[in-house]
Write a protein that binds this ligand. Structure first.
Ligand SMILES: Cc1cc2nc3c(=O)[nH]c(=O)nc-3n(C[C@H](O)[C@H](O)[C@H](O)COP(=O)(O)OP(=O)(O)OC[C@H]3O[C@@H](n4cnc5c(N)ncnc54)[C@H](O)[C@@H]3O)c2cc1C
Length: 458
């Protein structure tokens, strides 16, 4: 197959990354089929009628790959450069992130619980079998109780004992007892911001600007409003809901893996059954625009306590002056997770978010009268949860798909949170092409097997 016909499902970062690489290599026989009338998937941005621009949750770009850096250089026009200034709000006060290195300002009892819990944990032998046990073992009972368990439940909408811990890598700042003691006894904070923690953000159009720009390279092969309804792996054909049939030699899927299997014909029972092991959460993303300046340099804040619905608030108006229609306005972007374990009523979420912004002091009571706009976006799938059974499920599903000439990559296509960011996703698309056309091995996506825990994690 020197000129395979390639069909790509989805024009999010993964599908666009693949399309970009295909055009770069001069390959011609390919299409992208996208259900929406826009590109970018979860990395899209929207501007509401009042002129405020939103991402689907705070999107910060930390690239791990030089190819992606070069691509972003090519796509970015004007941009702002920001320092990662992250905070935690708990016990009615802000403390710098990461929590575990900056506990000295908390209530004395909390500090005591955290320090003694950590020292106790360090004296024990542990063999954790899930994320909940891992937190207790590595961070101790105090940090677990006051921050890690409540915060992670708010993010994942999934109990920690149902999650694995192979995804942790650089995603969780692990604890160092000396750092904690230095913070408590010598009063030295350890903050997450500094010269190595800057990130760029498009000056106009939000994160989605990048993917709209990427679209211009692949527009002639892109079919919007073209939803894939079924896949026939025997005939090697994709059928879209408008009745059209798209033959392929190689298929790149970026829609959620469980939905792909759900609409694929002739799937063995074991593979169909394995999708039960895939767990996800959805979210309510609420934006609140206010007619007054932000009066803060914060980028985002984590909220571990259950008294407010959101787990994170981003000062989106600090990212670029063009996120708001007028100068001197503030735009908060809040994220609240939801699942069967943690239902969140859509009808009241905006009101509850505003109440939470007031109760945490981000908004003043009088700001309620200064609200210029509110915005709600409720993706039903936003986090692929690294559940205990995930790797075994993937180890059953992915090899079967490959036997059919189907590659499933990207945030929900691969279902791997640890490689589910924009840079990872775009690179999975690029590396798919490099493997199919050039025979180069993938490096970002790594197979998970029956054994699960940690296999292949870098
Ligand atoms: C709340 C939140 C916060 C995030 N924060 C960050 C961050 O700070 N930094 C970062 O790098 N990343 C972040 N991300 C992740 C980022 O959004 C993803 O990396 C990226 O969007 C994944 O791209 P993708 O193409 O794999 O999937 P998606 O963006 O999900 O795109 C998949 C595409 O497939 C299409 N599709 C689905 N079904 C069909 C069908 N049947 N037929 C045709 N098309 C279909 C969809 O419409 C969509 O366009 C965040 C995500 C969320 C939800």
């Amino acid at each position: 197959m020197s000129e395979p016909r390639i069909v790509i499902i989805g024009a999010g970062p993964t599908g666009l990354g693949a399309g970009y690489r295909l055009q770069e290599l001069g390959h011609e026989d390919w299409v992208i089929l996208e259900a929406n009338d826009y590109v970018g998937g979860l990395a899209t941005s929207f501007t509401d009628e009042a002129g405020f621009t939103y991402d689907i949750g705070g999107h910060v770009m930390f690239s791990h790959y030089s190819y992606y850096d070069d691509l972003v250089d090519k796509l970015m026009e004007e941009y702002t450069e920001l320092q990662r200034e992250a905070w935690v709000w708990m016990e009615d006060r802000f403390i710098p992130y990461p929590f575990q290195n900056n506990i000295r300002d908390l209530e004395p009892q909390t500090v005591y619980d955290c320090v003694t819990g950590l020292l106790e944990a360090q004296r024990q032998e542990h063999n954790p079998t899930n994320f909940g046990e891992w937190v207790q073992a590595v961070m101790g009972s105090g940090i677990a109780k006051h921050f890690m368990l409540p915060y992670n439940f708010k993010v994942w909408a999934t109990p920690a004992e149902l999650m694995n811990f192979v995804w942790i890598g650089e995603r969780v700042s692990v604890v160092d007892v000396n750092n904690i003691l230095r913070n408590v006894i010598l009063g030295e904070d350890q903050v997450s911001w500094g010269p190595n923690n800057s990130f760029r953000y498009p000056r106009q159009g939000g994160t989605g600007f990048l993917y709209n720009k990427l679209r211009t390279f692949i527009d002639h092969n892109l079919h919007l409003e073209t939803r894939v309804a079924s896949v026939d792996p025997v005939a090697k054909e994709v059928r879209t809901s408008d009745g059209r049939v798209w033959p392929y030699d190689v298929l790149l899927n970026t829609m959620p893996l469980n939905r792909l299997i759900g609409c694929t014909e002739s799937v063995p029972d074991a593979v169909r059954g394995a999708t039960e092991g895939l767990v996800w959460s959805g979210s309510h993303i609420v934006g609140v625009g206010i007619d007054r300046p932000a009066n803060s340099t914060k980028n985002w804040i984590y909220f571990p306590e259950p008294s407010v619905p959101f787990y994170r608030v981003t000062y989106l108006s600090n990212y670029s002056p063009y996120m708001t229609p007028e100068p001197d306005q503030t735009l908060f972007l809040t994220e609240t997770s939801r699942s069967a374990h943690k239902p969140e009523d859509a009808d009241t979420i905006v009101e509850r978010v505003v109440d939470g912004l007031v109760s945490t002091g981000l908004m003043e009571e009088e700001d309620r009268n200064r609200i210029a706009t509110t915005w709600l976006c409720s993706p039903d799938m936003s986090y692929p949860v690294p559940s205990v059974g995930r790797d075994a499920a993937l180890g059953t599903i992915q090899p079967w798909l490959r036997e059919q000439g189907i590659w499933s990559r990207g945030r929900f296509g691969a279902w791997l949170y640890e490689i589910g960011n924009m840079d990872h996703s775009t690179m999975q698309g690029v590396e798919f092409v490099n493997q199919v056309l050039l025979g180069e091995p993938e490096t970002v996506w790594i197979p998970r097997g029956e054994g699960g825990a940690g296999e292949g994690i870098r």
